[in-house]
Design a protein around this ligand. Structure first.
Ligand SMILES: Nc1nc2c(ncn2[C@@H]2O[C@H](COP(=O)(O)OP(=O)(O)OP(=O)(O)O)[C@@H](O)[C@H]2O)c(=O)[nH]1
Ligand SMILES: [Mg+2]
Length: 241
C-alpha cells in the first residue's frame, strides 16, 4: 500500500521496482487526486504491469486518512501480509523481501528502522534528522515502547494483527498515525520488531512535511502517554481496594 501525493517523478519507477522486488505482491496506490497526474501515471503503469489497483480520492486529505482508506481496502482482500511504504524512494524497494521474511518467521509487525544498529539516514538535512531522532526519543520514552522508530512508514504487518487493532478507528492526520498503530499493537500484545533500513531523502518531488503535523504528533503522543498513566493508576486503585 503506497499513499501518493505529487509523485509524478517517482511513481512509474516505484511501481516497476516494487514489482521486481516482490513479483507476487498486489500493489495498492492511494492517490489524492495529485494535480501533477500521479494517479493517471499509476493507471497507465497498472494497465501495463497488471496486479496493481489505484484508489483515486477526490482531494488531498492527509497521510493518516490515506492510510486508513488504503488499509481498510487491503483488509477486505484475502492477504496474509500488508506492507506500507512511501513512493519517493526514501524506502528502498530492495528491502521489501527482508521485511516480509520477518512476518513469515513469526512477527506480527516489522518496522523498518533508521535508529537501530545497521540503520540510518542519508542526505537528510540536519534539522529533519534532529526533529525525527528527538521526536522518536520522546515518543518511545513517554509511551514506554521498545521501538526506536515509531514514525517510520516502511512496515509489514500480519493482516490479522492489523485488522484486530482496527486502523480505521484512528484519528491522526499526519505521521502520528504510524505511532498510534505501533502503540495499539504493543498494548494489544502483538509482537512488533524492527529491521534496520537506510532512509534516503527524496531526490525528486516535494516534501509534504509541515509544522502542523509535527505539533499534532507531539500532542497526540503526550495524550496517549497520559491515558496510559491514568489506566495504570486506575488498575492500581482497584487492586488495592
Ligand atoms: N494520498 C496521500 N498521500 C500522501 C499525502 N501526504 C503525503 N503522502 C504520500 O505519503 C508518502 C510520505 O509522505 P510524507 O511522509 O508526508 O513525507 P514526504 O512528502 O515524502 O516528505 P519528506 O518526509 O520530506 O520526504 C509519500 O509517498 C507521499 O506522496 C496525502 O495527503 N495523501
Ligand atoms: Mg518522504
Amino acid at each position: 500500500m503506497v499513499p501518493t501525493y505529487q509523485e509524478a517523478d517517482n511513481i512509474v519507477r516505484f511501481l516497476e521496482e516494487v514489482r521486481h522486488a516482490l513479483p507476487e505482491a498486489h500493489i495498492l496506490v492511494v492517490d489524492d487526486n495529485s494535480p501533477d497526474g500521479t494517479g493517471k501515471l499509476a493507471d497507465e503503469t497498472a494497465a501495463e504491469l497488471g496486479n496493481i489497483e489505484v484508489l483515486h480520492r477526490t482531494a488531498k486529505q492527509g497521510l493518516g486518512s490515506a492510510y486508513r482508506h488504503g488499509f481498510s481496502e487491503a483488509l477486505k482482500g484475502d492477504f496474509e501480509i500488508i506492507v506500507s511504504m512511501d513512493c519517493d524512494f526514501s524506502h528502498d524497494p530492495k528491502a521489501l523481501p527482508a521485511l516480509v521474511a520477518r512476518i513469515e518467521r513469526g512477527s506480527d509487525a516489522v518496522v523498518g528502522s533508521r535508529y537501530i544498529a545497521g540503520g540510518g539516514t542519508v542526505n537528510w538535512p540536519v534539522h529533519r534528522r534532529l526533529l525525527s531522532r528527538w521526536g522518536n526519543r520522546y515518543t518511545s520514552g513517554v509511551l514506554r515502547l521498545h521501538i526506536h522508530d515509531c514514525t517510520s512508514g516502511f512496515r509489514a504487518y500480519r493482516a490479522s494483527a492489523l485488522g484486530a487493532i482496527d486502523p480505521t478507528s484512528t484519528q491522526a492526520e499526519g505521521y502520528a498515525f504510524l505511532t498510534e498503530l505501533v502503540w495499539r499493537l504493543i498494548r494489544g500484545g502483538y509482537t512488533v520488531v524492527e529491521e534496520p533500513i537506510t532512509f534516503i531523502d527524496r531526490e525528486f518531488g516535494t516534501s509534504k512535511m509541515s509544522g502542523r503535523i509535527v505539533a499534532e504528533s507531539m500532542l497526540l503522543v503526550t495524550g496517549w502517554a497520559a491515558s496510559d498513566a491514568l489506566g495504570k493508576l486506575r488498575r492500581r486503585i482497584s487492586s488495592s481496594r
